[in-house]
Design a protein around this ligand. Structure first.
Ligand code: ASP
Ligand code: MG
Length: 408
């Protein structure tokens, strides 16, 4: 018997039938004597629909108002799930983020959780209620509704699990776990039984959409036991995110190939090579709350250098706007950009103890005639920026060369 947080994603609550199915699963866990907190996303497609609707009124929707609006998606599902549970004879109460008091900062559309008031939840759980909480949303000090960024319900789930010291946080989704890569691109991709927290963090930040990256950060920080499972299967152990690498040491060196088409590249040519230049370029980008991913600065020649970095594709035009006057100011020659790029990454903790992973990756891409535009590495990953049109090919050949299609 324990306290379990179960988070159900949009497809898992995508129709009345599926909601009833979720309720039946929750009821089974409840019958086994567990205390259950359910966190839900909006019904599938709903958040996109709301955002599109907002854009019909205002091309760049006001962030505060957008949050007021998109948070309604989850408010609908908590009520429906609660009704389904009550209909099964369970005691149940739903809460919006603000009702729980999931306190966040005021960064609308990408707020961060700063505190969760767990008083009501604990009382309800003690009194035998199933508690259903809206994912993705919170409230700031002033009482404004905020949202946590796309995919943010995962973070709500993990944050609640951390606050309540839950025994497990189960993320129910439309796949039965974390895969070596996206099976839609590589049909031979396999489900991983376990993946280390660090690998998961890399995969999430590198484009694997299974978990929102902030949820993984949270899980790591608070040592939340996290499991990804399918809501469409009765049984199945899914993928457990582990903290010990030891049990993996004998396994494959590489755990997965991640990819991401959501990036754009910006290059500033002929930048004066002097102290403070990187700051002059990237400072204003950071001030605009835009995350910079890969950064490459070439060796200078004749007092000039080239400076490239990548950002999310959505931020591309904004960054060009910010940098055009700056480039003039610092007397750079030219700002260039491209948003037809993709990033492919090889991830595995085994890289630490195995040499030659990078050269194997580079050789494999070379054999396919794929040109590498940028490279970045960490202890457990190698990321490569290439032309978007070769992305799927790159993922397939890397998946194969590292033996990820072989049963372990
Ligand atoms: N409904 C939100 C989204 O679609 C949050 C979530 O599903 O996690 O991004
Ligand atoms: Mg999600």
């Amino acid at each position: 018997m324990g306290l379990i947080v179960q988070k159900y994603g949009g497809t898992s609550v995508g129709s009345p039938e599926r909601i009833k199915n979720v309720a039946r699963r929750v009821a089974r866990w409840r019958q086994e004597g567990h205390q259950i907190v359910v966190v839900v996303s909006a019904m599938s497609g709903e958040t996109n629909r709301l955002i599109a609707l907002a854009k019909e009124i205002q091309a760049q929707p006001d962030p505060r108002e957008l949050d007021v609006m998109v948070s309604t998606g989850e408010q609908v599902t908590i009520a429906l799930v609660a009704m389904a549970l009550i209909d099964l004879g369970l005691k149940c109460r739903s809460y919006t983020g603000g009702q729980v008091r999931i306190l966040t900062d005021s960064a609308f559309t990408k707020a961060r959780i700063s505190n969760i008031d767990d008083l009501n939840l604990r009382r309800d759980l003690r009194d035998g209620y199933v508690v259903v909480v809206a994912g993705f949303q919170g409230v700031d000090e002033a009482g404004n509704i905020t949202t946590l960024g796309r995919g943010g319900s995962d973070t709500t789930g993990v944050a609640l699990a951390a606050t309540l010291a839950a025994d497990e946080c189960q993320i129910y989704t439309d796949v039965d776990g974390v895969y070596t890569t996206d099976p839609r691109i590589v049909p031979e991709a396999r489900r991983l039984k376990t993946v280390t927290f660090e690998e998961m963090l890399e995969m999430a930040s590198l484009g694997s959409k299974v978990l929102q990256i902030r949820s993984v950060e949270f899980a790591g920080k608070y040592k939340v036991k996290l499991r990804v499972l399918s809501s469409f299967e009765e049984a199945g152990e899914g993928t457990l995110i582990t903290f010990e690498e030891d049990e993996k040491m004998e396994q494959a060196t590489i755990s997965g190939i991640a990819f991401n088409r959501d990036e754009a590249k910006i290059t500033i040519l002929g930048v004066p090579d002097r102290p403070g230049i990187a700051y002059q370029i990237l400072g204003p980008v950071g001030d605009a709350n835009i995350d910079v991913d890969m950064i490459v600065q070439n060796v200078g020649h004749d007092g000039l250098t080239d400076f490239s970095f990548t950002v999310h594709r959505n931020d591309y035009s904004r960054v060009l706007e910010i940098l055009t006057p700056i480039a003039l100011h610092i007397k750079a020659r030219e700002v260039q950009g491209g948003n037809r790029i993709a990033k492919v990454s090889v991830v595995g903790v085994g890289m630490r103890s195995h040499a030659g992973i990078a050269s194997t990756a580079f050789r494999t891409l070379a054999e396919e005639g794929i040109n590498i535009q940028m490279i970045s590495t960490s202890e457990i990953k190698i990321s490569i920026v290439i032309d978007e049109k070769y992305m799927e090919l790159a993922v397939r050949v890397l998946h194969k060369v590292f033996g990820l299609d072989q049963p372990s």
